[in-house]
Write a protein that binds this ligand. Structure first.
Ligand SMILES: CC(=O)SCCNC(=O)CCNC(=O)[C@H](O)C(C)(C)COP(=O)(O)OP(=O)(O)OC[C@H]1O[C@@H](n2cnc3c(N)ncnc32)[C@H](O)[C@@H]1OP(=O)(O)O
Ligand SMILES: CC(=O)C(=O)O
Length: 556
C-alpha cells in the first residue's frame, strides 16, 4: 500500500473522539446456533467496514484455527476503508512471564493493529476462576498491556464483570482500571458480563469511575436483563466514549447491545456523527445482509431495521398517519433505509385501507363508499380466519374485486379432487385432478406429488402452463398451516399461508376452510392469479362468467 493510500484511508476513518466498536465476529459468534466459516467472517467484516464502524473485533487468534486464518486472510484480502481490525485475547496466564505466553504471542502474530485484552476486575473471579492473588492479576494486566504497546499495538482492556465487581469491591475494581490505563491502555472498557445491570446504575458507576480514574472509558453490555442498548446509552450519558456492540445483537446467551439501535440513537437522537455520511441509510440493508450470512432470519420486530419496525396496524394510527406520518413514528424510516407499511386487518379503519391502497398503487381517496365496503369485507373475512396483514397479495385481489364489481379471474374452477393411497408397505401415492376453464377452453390435468397439496399444485400448474407460460417462473417458497380453534362448539378451521416468488419479488396469499386442502386451493388460486397480474396480464373473465369463489372439494 502506498503512503498516499494510507493517508487517504486514515482521512476516511471515523474520528477517534468516539469509538463504535463491533464484536459480531467475536462475541456475536458466541451465540448458540451461529457457526461462521472464515468466508462468512470475511463477508461480515466487509459489510461492517462499508457501514463505517471504527473497529472490528475479528476473533481470538490462536484460540482456534478458524480465527487464526481469518486474521491472515483479512490482512491480505480486505482493504479496510473505515475500520481497524482488532484481535481479542486475555492477559497473560498467572505465573507465566508475558514474553513466554503462547496466547499473547498469538495476538502479536495476528498482526492486528489493535488488541482487546479481557481482564478480571471482580475480586471473586480472580480468586475463584483465575485461582491467583489480587496482586498477580494486576501484574498480569500491567505486563500484558505494556508488552503489547511496546510492540506498537493499540490496546483496549475489557474489564470483565466490572459492574458486579465494583459492587463487591469498588477499590479493587478501580485499581484494575488505573492499572490498565497506567500501563498504556487507550480505553478501559467496563463490561456488564452477566448482563444484569440497569441503566441508572450503569450511568452512575461510569460517571464515578471516570471522575475517580480519569481513564478513557468504554462500555460492553450483555443483554440478559433486556437492557443492553439502554445500558450502552446510559454509559455514554455517564461519559463513556467507546461502545462495543454486535450486529443484530447477536452474542453469548441472549446477546449483546445491538449495534443498529445504538448507532441510530447516537446519530439521530444524540446528534453525534459516529458513521460516515449516508451510512445510516444503509442500516436496514446491512442488518439483513449480515443476518443472511449468519443464516438466521432477520428479526422482524427489531427496532429501526425490522420489517415491522414501521408497520402500522391500528386504524386510529393510520388515520393520524394520513395527515402526518410523524404523528405515529419516532423517526422517518428512510433515515435508516427502512419504509413505512400499512397493515390491513380487522383493526383497520378507512384510513388504513386508503393508505394500503396507495402503497399498492390504487388511489381510493374520496370514495368513502368503496373504502367502507373494503373495510367491512376485511373484517368479515378476518372473523372467518383470514389474515390480510400476512397476505398482501390476497388483500390486493380483494381490493380489486371490490373496485371492479366482482371477482375477475384468469381461470374458473370447475372442480378439483385429490386421492391419497396408503400402501401396506408404507409407501404413499398422492394424485390430484383439476378441471377448469381458461380462455374459453375446458382443461383437465392431473398431478402427482409428495402430499395432496403438492399434487394439487402440480395439477393446477399443469392445467394452466399451456395457456399461461408466465407461470413457469413462479415458485412456491413457503407454506404454513395453522389450525384455528373453533369457538362455542363450532368446528376448528384451517388457515394456509403461501409465499410465492417470481425470482425478484415475493408475495403471500391466504386461504381458510374447514380442511387443509381446500384452504390450500384458495391460497394457490390467489398466488397464481396475483402472479399473472404481476406479469402484466389482465383477466378476461367477467364477473358474470365467474362464480363467486367458494372453498371447494371434498373433506380431507
Ligand atoms: C466474557 C467473554 O466472553 S471472554 C471470551 C470468551 N470466549 C471464549 O472463551 C472463546 C475462545 N476460548 C477458547 O477457545 C478457549 O477457552 C481458550 C483457547 C481461550 C483457552 O482454552 P484452555 O487453555 O483449554 O483453557 P480453558 O478454556 O479451560 O480455561 C481458560 C483458562 O484461562 C484462564 N483465564 C481466564 N481468564 C483469564 C484472563 N483474563 N487472563 C488470564 N487467564 C485467564 C483461566 O483461569 C483458565 O486457566 P487454566 O487453564 O489454568 O485453568
Ligand atoms: C468481554 C466480554 O465479552 C464480556 O465481559 O462480556
Amino acid at each position: 500500500m502506498t503512503a498516499t493510500t494510507e493517508q487517504d484511508q486514515e482521512s476516511r476513518r471515523p474520528s477517534d473522539a468516539f469509538h463504535v466498536f463491533d464484536t459480531t465476529l467475536r462475541d456475536g459468534a458466541q451465540r448458540e446456533g451461529i457457526n461462521l466459516s472464515v468466508a462468512d467472517k470475511l463477508a461480515i467484516a466487509r459489510h461492517l467496514d462499508d457501514f463505517g464502524v471504527g473497529f472490528i473485533e475479528g476473533g481470538w487468534p490462536g484460540a482456534n484455527p478458524r480465527d487464526t486464518e481469518f486474521f491472515a486472510r483479512a490482512r491480505e484480502e480486505i482493504a479496510f476503508r473505515h475500520a481497524r481490525l482488532v484481535a481479542f485475547g486475555s492477559t497473560r496466564r498467572a505465573g507465566t512471564p508475558v514474553e513466554e505466553d503462547a496466547q499473547v504471542r498469538g495476538l502479536l502474530d495476528s498482526q492486528a493493529p489493535v488488541i482487546t485484552l479481557v481482564a478480571k476486575s471482580h475480586d471473586r473471579h480472580v480468586e475463584l476462576a483465575l485461582r491467583t492473588t489480587l496482586e498477580e492479576n494486576l501484574a498480569m494486566i500491567r505486563d500484558t498491556v505494556a508488552y503489547l504497546t511496546s510492540h506498537g499495538r493499540r490496546v483496549f482492556v475489557d474489564c470483565e464483570h466490572f459492574f458486579d465487581g465494583y459492587a463487591a469491591n469498588a477499590e479493587y475494581a478501580l485499581d484494575v482500571v488505573r492499572t490498565a490505563a497506567g500501563a498504556g491502555a487507550d480505553v478501559v472498557v467496563l463490561c456488564d458480563t452477566n448482563g444484569g445491570m440497569l441503566p441508572a446504575r450503569v450511568q452512575a458507576v461510569v460517571r464515578t469511575v471516570l471522575a475517580d480514574t480519569g481513564a478513557r472509558l468504554g462500555i460492553h453490555a450483555q443483554d440478559d436483563s433486556g437492557c443492553a442498548v439502554a445500558n450502552t446509552l446510559a454509559a455514554v450519558d455517564g461519559g463513556a466514549t467507546h461502545v462495543q456492540c454486535t450486529a443484530n445483537g447477536y452474542g453469548e446467551r441472549v446477546g449483546n447491545a445491538n449495534l443498529f439501535p445504538v448507532v441510530a440513537a447516537l446519530e439521530l437522537k444524540y446528534g453525534k456523527r459516529v458513521l460516515p455520511e449516508g451510512a445510516l441509510r444503509e442500516m436496514t440493508r446491512v442488518s439483513h445482509a449480515i443476518a443472511e450470512v449468519v443464516n438466521l432470519p432477520p428479526a422482524t420486530h427489531q427496532p429501526y431495521v425490522g420489517v415491522s419496525a414501521f408497520a402500522h396496524k391500528g386504524g386510529l394510527h393510520a388515520s393520524a398517519i394520513k395527515v402526518d406520518p410523524d404523528l405515529y413514528q419516532h423517526i422517518d424510516p428512510e433515515q435508516v433505509g427502512n419504509s413505512m407499511r400499512m397493515l390491513v386487518s380487522d383493526m383497520a379503519g378507512r384510513a388504513s385501507v386508503e393508505l394500503k391502497g396507495r402503497e399498492l398503487g390504487f388511489d381510493l381517496e374520496g370514495d368513502r363508499e368503496l373504502v367502507g365496503r373494503i373495510v367491512a369485507r376485511v373484517k368479515e373475512q378476518e372473523l372467518k380466519g383470514f389474515t390480510y396483514e400476512a397476505a398482501d397479495a390476497s388483500f390486493e385481489l380483494l381490493l380489486r374485486d371490490e373496485l371492479e364489481g366482482g371477482p375477475r379471474r384468469f381461470f374458473r374452477l370447475e372442480s378439483w379432487r385429490t386421492i391419497t393411497d396408503q400402501r401396506a408397505d408404507g409407501g404413499m401415492e398422492n394424485e390430484a385432478t383439476v378441471r377448469l376453464w381458461a380462455k374459453g377452453e375446458r382443461v383437465l390435468a392431473t398431478g402427482e406429488g409428495n402430499g395432496p397439496v403438492d399434487a394439487l399444485d402440480r395439477a393446477l400448474r399443469s392445467a394452466l402452463e399451456q395457456t399461461f407460460p408466465e407461470l413457469a417462473r413462479l415458485q412456491l417458497v413457503d407454506y404454513k398451516v395453522r389450525i384455528l380453534e373453533g369457538t362455542h362448539g363450532t368446528q376448528s378451521t384451517t388457515r394456509v399461508l403461501i409465499s410465492t416468488s417470481d425470482g425478484t419479488t415475493e408475495w403471500s396469499t391466504v386461504g381458510v376452510a374447514s380442511n387443509v386442502i381446500a384452504a390450500s386451493w384458495q391460497a394457490l388460486d390467489d398466488a397464481y392469479t396475483y402472479g399473472l397480474l404481476r406479469a402484466g396480464l389482465r383477466p378476461k373473465e367477467s364477473p358474470a362468467e365467474s362464480p363467486a369463489r367458494q372453498p371447494a372439494g371434498p373433506a380431507a
